[in-house]
Design a protein around this ligand. Sequence first.
Ligand SMILES: Cc1cc2nc3c(=O)[nH]c(=O)nc-3n(C[C@H](O)[C@H](O)[C@H](O)COP(=O)(O)O)c2cc1C
Length: 95
Amino acid sequence: MITVGSVGLDSDIMASLVGTEARSTGGAGLAELARRFDNQEFDLVAIGRAILGDAQWVQKVKEGRYGELKPFTRDDLAFLTSEDLSFLESRRTGE
Ligand SMILES: Cc1cc2nc3c(=O)[nH]c(=O)nc-3n(C[C@H](O)[C@H](O)[C@H](O)COP(=O)(O)O)c2cc1C
């Protein structure tokens, strides 16, 4: 079982696509995720936008260096491939 969506961020991918800037939840927001993982509600956690914001995200979280996390911003989407952009546009328009 895998969980995905808004890990480390306060709003979902659709909000990012229509212009809302997500904010990092920091360590506090990950405590509930850790509780559910420890409760064996899932086996894997997928990270999307947070990794685009900071490629070192996993390492920093593993080491508890929450204050060093570079937040995801919509500007990070500027570095995506055409395949990424096509996928995101299809999600935004529902086509
Ligand atoms: C740049 C980008 C490309 C993505 N490409 C795909 C894709 O090809 N197929 C897919 O099922 N989801 C794709 N997604 C959605 C992610 O798998 C994930 O469901 C979504 O980003 C929510 O996770 P997050 O809140 O951690 O960003 C993409 C997301 C982003 C930001």
